[in-house]
Design a protein around this ligand. Structure first.
Ligand code: SIB
Ligand code: ZN
Length: 429
């Protein structure tokens, strides 16, 4: 099968209008070949009562944390990481990460996600998993050096660089990489100063957590007498193509810096609400010209990987943060989940038009929850969930056909993840 016609549906155009059109995608070139009246293809996907839209991007996650879904809830970030998550992650084995990543990808493909930004451990396994499942991902080994001796810290930094260098552009370009110091407080200034230039020389972007909680921002300000992102900038950590997760507690100057440097913010509204980290100033970021994408963060702080939920949460909390129901409107969150995510991760998806990457999903509009349809974009933002997704294609290859995964065996993936998760918790016990 090289070409697929998506027939009988409506299409969400780049200008956010919707009209009746078929779409022809080419699995050979990975692009959209035609939109409108299209010639026949090798395979047909039915899109009747559906909307053909760009695939969603989950720009910040820790995919294999699906194994820790529901393991520790209802705590603030610092205690949650130190008391529950990090001790358990210390017992992770490569096969756990493979099982958790496969589970995450099954969930993402079923809910219309075509690309994700991943930061975790055992990234050789993640690269293999992404290659096999057919998704796109920008992957990075998350580096934490705080609490480690000098040689373990050095090994972690080297591993981060090795992963960034060795997998970039693999899987026909579906796997890209980043260099990922976990945050500005979990990797030291000397280590950042030594390794950021190495990442720049390797030509990979940076991906890190920043300005997530007050407890993280205040000590930096107290110790250095400068804002976290001024500190990051002094270490050359804000460039075009870099992306940081969260950006909850930002001042005007930091927002200006992000806009000037071309660094994207990956907004993770559900994680921010669940850990009570705060409300990111999303409308102000957009007004300042900062690129904003959406992320679920790991499944242990969300607890699902459904970007439809994230769109809705982003709109809701964005209005609350701005004190303005007009803030972070429906069209805005749909753009954040599509164009914004592709821009943050450096992929060429996010538009249904000739020549664009064929990262495409078909969303059914026949559920009671989606009836009547006054406005398609409104439903995408406020009513749809991942379970409304019927087909998912990446680079023109069908990964979900009529709600059935084509590259992953769902029962086997669920079984393996459940048993590895149980063993992991026992070992960590
Ligand atoms: N190699 C590192 C692992 C870092 S991966 C990225 C880390 O981010 C953690 N994480 C997940 N969600 C969040 C969050 O919201 N803020 C900060 N860290 C998080 C996650 O548990 C994981 O440990 C080590 O030796 O510990
Ligand atoms: Zn995170």
């Amino acid at each position: 099968m090289t070409t697929v016609v998506i027939r009988g549906g409506r299409v969400l155009r780049p200008d956010m209008t919707v009209d009746r059109a078929d779409v022809l995608v080419d699995g050979e070139t990975g692009t959209i070949r035609a939109v409108g009246d299209v010639p026949a293809g090798d395979e047909v996907l039915d899109a009747t009562e559906g909307l053909v839209m760009p695939g969603l991007v989950n720009a910040h996650t820790h995919a294999a944390m699906t194994l820790l879904r529901g393991y520790a809830d209802d705590k603030p970030l610092d205690r949650w990481l130190r008391e529950d998550i990090w001790p358990t992650e210390a017992a992770l084995e490569p096969a756990d990460v493979r099982a958790g990543t496969d589970l995450a990808m099954a969930e993402m493909i079923r809910s219309g996600t075509t690309a994700f930004g991943d930061m975790y451990f055992y990234m050789n396994e993640v690269a293999e998993a992404v290659e096999a499942a057919g998704l796109k991902a920008r992957i990075a080994h998350g580096i934490v050096t705080v609490g480690k001796d000098a040689s373990a810290a050095q090994d972690d930094l080297e591993e981060g660089l090795y992963i960034a260098k060795s997998h970039d552009g693999t899987a026909d370009g579906r796997v890209r990489t980043a260099f990922a110091p976990h945050s500005l407080t979990t990797v030291s200034e000397e280590q950042l100063a030594a390794f950021v230039p190495k990442a720049r020389a390797a030509g990979v972007p940076l991906h890190f957590h920043a300005n997530e909680t007050r407890d993280e921002v205040d000590p930096i300000v107290a110790e250095r007498d400068e804002r976290p992102l001024a500190y990051a900038d002094s270490l050359d950590m804000l460039s075009q193509g870099d992306f940081l997760a969260h950006g909850v507690h930002l001042d005007e100057t930091e927002m200006g810096l992000l806009a000037d440097r071309g660094t994207s913010v990956v907004h993770c509204p559900a994680s921010n609400m669940k850990l009570a980290s705060g409300m990111a100033p999303v409308q102000r970021l957009l007004d300042a010209g900062v690129g904003v994408a959406l992320g679920t963060d790991g499944a242990a702080s969300n607890n699902d990987l459904d970007v439809f939920d994230e769109m809705r949460d982003a709109a809701m909390i964005g209005k609350l943060a701005a004190g303005d129901p007009a803030a972070v409107a429906a069209e805005t969150v749909v753009r954040m989940a599509t164009e914004g995510g592709n821009r943050a991760l450096g992929f060429d998806g996010g538009r249904i038009e000739e020549g664009a990457a064929a990262d495409v999903v078909v969303v059914d509009f026949d559920a009671p929850r989606m009836t009547p349809v006054h406005d398609y974009v409104s439903h995408l933002a406020y009513a749809a969930t991942g379970s409304d997704v019927r087909h998912t294609l990446v680079d023109g290859r069908v990964l979900l056909r009529d709600r059935k995964l084509t590259t992953l065996d769902l029962d086997a993936v669920r079984e393996r993840a459940a048993s590895r998760a149980a063993d992991l918790v026992d070992r960590a016990g």
